[in-house]
Design a protein around this ligand. Structure first.
Ligand code: URA
Length: 251
């Protein structure tokens, strides 16, 4: 699909999201939030669900968590215009509660279709609900800052996924700010690794791949350009760790 076709397909999905009544979140929403960014990107960021400001504006990550995401992107010299940003659920859960399993299930086909259209090389998961879709059974305290092949059922069978804490985590728990920025430094390297794997193997490899990127390795690629591919990655040395964001509210 060429870029204009991708954009048209994303717009069509967005229109369906705006009219969706598949779960009860449609009753309380002001605006649905399908997602936004460029159809030309190789990188998709997936958060949990819209908060107050997102519901008002119909755009993802425009509140405090969005300012943190912008700062994270800027720390690797990226911007939101170069990526695509969306959420697991497209309508705000009332009072910023966690999305319920039935709501996640009802909304899942939209994210699947967005990923099929964009065919990203890399999906960055923000928070545990997003992580659960691409890393079933994982704990964020163990997998943050690492990448692996996406679950083929996710809609992005040719992508690597890279797990991060939710940007709002740093607003609640200052100690996670440093972790978030450190993990962000690994994202460009994960993109290089994803490009390498896609060019080497057009079909998804059968076994799981799990690794941590060395942020010091190589220059940072743009998420919308074809930078040269460089070798990165080492096996995740990290052991078990508690999950400090288990009870975080959404923003
Ligand atoms: N938190 C999310 O997970 N998504 C948004 O769009 C905003 C805040």
């Amino acid at each position: 699909m060429i870029e204009v076709e991708r954009q048209a397909a994303l717009d069509a999905i967005g229109a369906e999201v705006a009219a969706c009544t598949n779960c009860r979140l449609h009753v309380t929403r002001t605006n649905a939030v399908p997602g936004e960014g460029t159809a030309a990107t190789e990188v998709v960021f997936v958060g949990e669900g819209p908060g107050f400001n997102e519901d008002r504006q119909g755009k993802p990550f425009v509140g405090q968590a969005g300012a943190k995401l912008d700062a994270l992107l800027a720390s690797v010299l990226w911007s939101r215009q170069e990526v695509f940003i969306t959420n697991v659920v497209k309508c705000r859960p009332p009072e910023n509660r966690d999305p319920e399993p039935a709501e996640i299930t009802a909304c899942a086909p939209f994210l699947t279709r967005q990923l099929e259209v964009l065919d990203p090389a890399l999906v960055v998961t923000l928070g545990r609900f997003s992580m659960a879709r691409f890393y079933p059974g994982a704990r964020i305290g163990q997998v943050h800052g690492t990448f692996r092949l996406a679950d083929p059922e996710s809609g992005a069978p040719n992508a690597l996924t890279y797990a991060m804490y939710h940007p709002a985590a740093a607003l609640h728990q200052g100690s996670l700010n440093e972790t978030l920025f450190r993990d962000m430094q690994g994202v460009p390297g994960a993109l290089l690794e994803a490009r390498k794997q896609r060019s080497a193997a057009p079909e998804p490899a059968p076994g799981p791949v799990e690794a941590r990127v060395d942020p010091a390795a190589g220059a940072e690629p743009s998420p919308t350009s074809d930078a040269p591919i460089q070798a990165v990655g080492e096996l995740d040395p990290e052991g078990a760790e508690s999950d400090p964001t288990d009870q975080l509210p959404l923003f």
